[in-house]
Design a protein. Structure first.
Length: 256
């Protein structure tokens, strides 16, 4: 009641505190009871449990050996942990605007910062704008209890994502919104319509949008998938085969 009254009167202006819920062998990060922000299998913290988090790693089809991988949004750190364990040659730089989320990293088995991993508490737009030409892969999954924050939905932000990529870099965005086409149109304005691929999640109500700089590799679907490190490819075989086929189809249609 006190929190509700503070919010009503405008006194609660800081980031909202999430909490950890343990149930049925799972560990979840939640802001409210029936809305899960991130989920982990207790005892298997590095597994990518939610489908869209797996699909977003199809960005490796464009950049199979990223030197630097950026992430907007930490949450329970599913993607951070997966990249840290499975891409040993990659530096991972994560921005999270809610310090209370970062404070729970230990509960989700997120490694401490080291030479390969840096988690920064900062505004996502400011972080991306400050890293021009930095990332081979950029994963954007920034959400609060209300959905995608308005500042991560603007044309300015998507332009900054483009500018933060290397010459052949790729960004993957999780779009769990009522009107994804608004975001897709802004990505197309930033990258060009031929450089945006949107993939529906068959079992969920969201989409993953990929946008890239440079030309698509002149390879068939099998060869595209085979470029991905085997340690990752064997864990997500259905992802890389499915998205590789979509890339080839997209390239064929764009060439007409």
């Amino acid at each position: 009641m006190a929190r509700w009254l503070d919010r009503l009167l405008g006194r609660d202006r800081g980031p909202r505190k999430p909490y950890v819920r343990r149930h049925d062998g799972l560990v979840s990060l939640q802001f409210v009871r029936r809305q899960t922000q991130s989920r982990m299998v207790d005892g298997d913290p590095d597994r990518l449990l939610i489908d869209y988090t797996r699909t977003m790693f199809a960005a490796l089809l464009w950049q199979p050996a990223p030197a630097v991988l950026g992430m907007v949004g930490l949450g329970g750190g599913s993607q951070t942990k997966f990249a840290y364990r499975r891409l040993p040659g990659t530096r991972i730089e994560v921005v999270e605007n809610n310090p209370h989320v970062v404070a729970l990293r230990g509960a989700f088995g997120i490694p401490d910062d080291d030479a390969r991993l840096a988690v920064t508490v900062d505004d996502g737009v400011r972080f991306v704008e400050a890293h021009c030409g930095r990332f081979d892969v950029l994963l954007v999954d920034g959400y609060d209890e209300h959905g995608i924050p308005a500042e991560l939905s603007t044309q300015t932000f998507y332009d900054a994502c483009r500018d933060a990529l290397t010459e052949r870099g790729v960004v993957a965005c999780n779009l769990y919104v009522r009107d994804p086409q608004v975001h897709v149109a802004r990505l197309q304005a930033a990258f060009g319509a031929d450089h945006v691929l949107v993939v529906d999640e068959p079992k969920m109500s969201n989409r993953v949008a990929f946008a890239w700089r440079g030309a698509l590799p002149a390879l068939d679907a099998e060869a595209l998938a085979e470029r991905v490190p085997i340690g990752v490819r064997t864990l997500l075989p259905e992802v890389f085969s499915r998205i590789a086929v979509r890339i080839i189809r997209h390239r064929t249609l764009a060439a007409r």
